[in-house]
Design a protein around this ligand. Structure first.
Ligand SMILES: [Zn+2]
Length: 389
């Protein structure tokens, strides 16, 4: 068993990281890039596990498990709390990176969304990347290499992930989760290379129902009132999905902490231990909040991706392209919608979806973003009705 088994369709990247951790000339700064769902974080965390595990990443020992639950003293998994990393965040990171590891050969920092470093924060981090403390390893993650400041990426060894191939995702779904071939194929296709999404779709009827509700939206835009109603519904569903994903993670984190501090035990020094446990639980609450916001943003992203896929299919029909539809099961509705607009209208609708994504990233209220998006998607249909009627 190896922690790298959970990384799908990235043989090249895994081989490079494996040989690096076996190397004596270890690289201190890594940059892992890859599209959403390609397993960027999974790979970064597996690499961190392999660096602190006595057997190179078994996935079973307490070191490996503590990395994943966020309780390993030598591994920090950093996720931006706001939209950007501020200079204070970078300064705190640098200070902690100077500390020696307590129980492993390496002190590892996995930093998500390194593209969200502001320029002053980035130049602070740069100092440590240029002259890293001997036992410190930085593992930076970003969607693409272009998103990262030149000065940072030029100090890092770059590992680039690809969108996993359909067959790799299908294989994983059937071998690891025993999903039937037909559902595995469908889930892999509509998830468009996003492994976590494919898994959720393949294994949960509820998730499939919610996706159906989203991809039906373009066919249900009959009035502005309907746009508002569907926008509310979308925001509710995204929240429900994020809650469902967060709950088991929150619960297992809490029980890990309670166990680590021997909750319920008796004896000397109990008051001090209790205080430490309370403070650890408070930290956890903060982390859980950040994680929830992140999960919610992922849900919005996913909804926009599903909507984009529908309009992409409409465009395929309108232009007579000989490529497969992502939503083949919606062929009739897609064909009907294709006759009501033109390719240029469809392109502008896809553009509206991209703009909605930017607005969400800029922290505009999700309700407002989806309301104006659905109205923008509905508008061309309205003028068509006006022209013909
Ligand atoms: Zn291990």
């Amino acid at each position: 068993m190896s922690v790298f088994n959970s990384v799908i369709g990235q043989d090249h990247a895994v081989a490079e990281l494996k040989s690096a951790s076996a190397d004596s000339g270890m690289t201190h700064a890594w940059l892992i890039t890859g599209p959403p769902g390609s397993g960027r974080s999974t790979l970064a965390m597996a690499f961190a596990q392999s660096l602190v595990c006595p057997t190179g990443g078994c996935g079973q020992c307490s070191d490996c498990r503590n990395v994943i639950s966020g309780t390993h003293s030598d591994v920090e998994h950093i996720i931006p709390e706001g939209i950007n990393y501020a200079i204070d965040d970078a300064v705190a990171l640098i200070e902690r990176s100077a500390l020696s590891p307590t129980r492993s050969p390496w002190h590892v920092f996995v930093i998500e969304d390194v593209d969200r470093f502001r320029v002053d924060a980035a130049s602070t981090l740069l100092k440590s990347l240029e002259e890293p403390p001997v036992a410190t390893v930085w593992i930076l993650c970003a969607p693409t290499v272009e998103d990262v400041f030149d000065t940072i990426r030029s100090r890092c060894r770059h590992i680039s992930l690809v969108t996993p191939e359909l067959k790799d995702v299908v294989n994983q779904l059937s071998s690891k989760y025993g999903v039937e071939p037909q559902i595995a194929n469908w889930a892999a296709r509509v998830a468009q290379g996003h492994i976590g999404r494919a898994r959720a779709l393949a294994t949960s009827q509820e998730v499939r129902d919610r996706r159906k509700a989203v991809v039906d939206v373009p066919f249900r835009l009959h009035s502005v009132a309907m746009c508002f109603e569907l926008a509310s519904r979308i925001v509710e569903m995204a929240n429900a999905d994020a809650d469902a994903l967060a709950l088991p993670l929150d619960q297992s984190d809490e029980s890990d902490i309670r166990m680590a501090y021997g909750d319920g035990s008796q004896g000397k020094g109990l008051a001090a231990t209790n205080r430490q446990m309370k403070s650890a639980l408070k930290d956890l609450e903060k982390r859980a909040k950040t994680r929830h916001r992140r999960l919610l943003n992922d849900q919005y992203d996913r909804i926009l991706l599903d909507l984009t896929a529908v309009y992409r299919d409409v465009l395929v029909i309108q232009t007579g392209s000989a490529v497969e539809l992502i939503n083949a099961e919606l062929f009739d509705s897609i064909t009907e919608l294709a006759t009501r607009t033109s390719p240029s209208v469809t392109l502008s609708q896809i553009d509206s979806i991209t703009q909605a994504r930017d607005q969400l990233l800029a922290n505009v209220s999700a309700q407002l973003v989806f309301e104006s998006l659905l109205v923008a998607l509905f508008q061309p249909l309205l003028s068509k009705v006006g022209e013909t009627g």
